[in-house]
Design a protein. Structure first.
Length: 254
C-alpha cells in the first residue's frame, strides 16, 4: 500500500513539473512575442519620422524647382534619394520598390450600425496643397493644426520681398527681404496607451491621433506615408504617390 502511495506521489510530482515547464515555455513564448511586437513598433516610429522628413524635403524640392540627382534601392526595400541641394533622404514603406505601382488594398465594407469590424485603423500622414498654393500637413485626411488652430505648413516658406524706398530727395533703398524659413516637420510617437500621437512644435507638445498602433489581433497596425515610388516610362521623372491617395508628385531626374 505504501509503495502505491509513493508511486502516486511521484506521478503527481512529475505531472506538476511538466505543467510548470509547459507554463514556463508558454510564458517565455509570450514574452518573446511581446518583445518582437515592441521592436516592430519602435522601428515603425523611426521609419515614420524618417519618412516625414523625406516628404518635407520632397515638398521643398518641388517648391524650389529642384530635382533628383541620385536614386539608391536599399536591401530593406527602402529608397535613398539625393537632391540637387545636397539633401539625402530615405523613403520607407513595404510597397516601395523598383516594380510598378502596387495597388492599395481594398477596404472592407462597413458593417451596419454595430460598427466597422473588418477595417483596421491606419495612421496616414500626408500633405495637401491649399488654395493659397502652399502645402500643409494632413493626418488621416484632415489638416494638422497647431496650438493656435492654424494649418501646419510643409516645405520651404518663402520670405517676403523688401519694400522699395519712397521717392524723394534721396530716397532710402528698401530693405532686403528675409530669407525663407523651412516649414514645420511633424514628429510621431506611440504613447503609453498604444495610440499614435503627433507633434508640430518639435516634440514640446503632443496630440493624440486616436489611431491605435496595434491592430485588432494585437499585431502592429499600419502606418503609411508613401504608397509607391516609381520612374516615369521615359525615365525623366521620379513619381511619388502618397498613401493618402492625393495626386502624385513628379520630380525631375538629372
Amino acid at each position: 500500500m505504501m509503495k502505491k502511495s509513493i508511486i502516486r506521489h511521484f506521478a503527481l510530482a512529475a505531472c506538476l513539473c511538466l505543467f510548470a515547464t509547459s507554463c514556463d515555455n508558454k510564458f517565455g513564448d509570450d514574452l518573446r512575442s511581446l518583445g518582437h511586437r515592441v521592436e516592430i513598433l519602435e522601428e515603425r516610429v523611426l521609419e515614420m519620422n524618417t519618412s516625414i522628413e523625406a516628404l518635407q524635403a520632397i515638398i521643398t524640392t518641388i517648391q524650389t524647382n529642384g530635382y533628383v540627382t541620385d536614386i539608391q534601392h536599399n536591401s530593406d526595400g527602402s529608397i535613398t534619394l539625393t537632391f540637387n541641394n545636397g539633401d539625402i533622404v530615405t523613403l520607407h514603406d513595404g510597397r516601395i520598390g523598383q516594380d510598378g505601382n502596387d495597388g492599395r488594398d481594398g477596404q472592407d465594407g462597413h458593417d451596419g450600425q454595430d460598427g466597422n469590424d473588418g477595417q483596421e485603423a491606419e495612421l496616414i500622414v500626408g500633405v495637401w496643397q491649399d488654395i493659397d498654393g502652399m502645402w500643409y500637413w494632413t493626418v488621416n485626411g484632415t489638416w494638422l493644426l497647431d496650438a493656435d488652430g492654424n494649418k501646419v505648413r510643409a516645405g520651404a516658406v518663402d520670405g517676403k520681398d523688401g519694400q522699395d524706398g519712397h521717392d524723394g530727395q534721396d530716397g532710402h533703398d528698401g530693405q532686403d527681404g528675409h530669407d525663407g524659413k523651412d516649414g514645420i516637420v511633424p514628429q510621431v510617437r506611440i504613447n503609453a496607451d498604444g495610440i499614435w500621437e503627433i507633434s508640430s512644435d518639435g516634440g514640446n507638445t503632443w496630440v493624440s491621433t486616436g489611431v491605435p498602433a496595434n491592430g485588432k489581433d494585437g499585431e502592429p497596425g499600419r502606418a503609411d506615408i508613401f504608397a509607391s515610388v516609381t520612374l516615369s516610362p521615359d525615365g525623366k521623372y521620379l513619381i511619388v504617390q502618397l498613401a493618402d491617395g492625393s495626386d502624385p508628385f513628379y520630380i525631375p531626374i538629372m
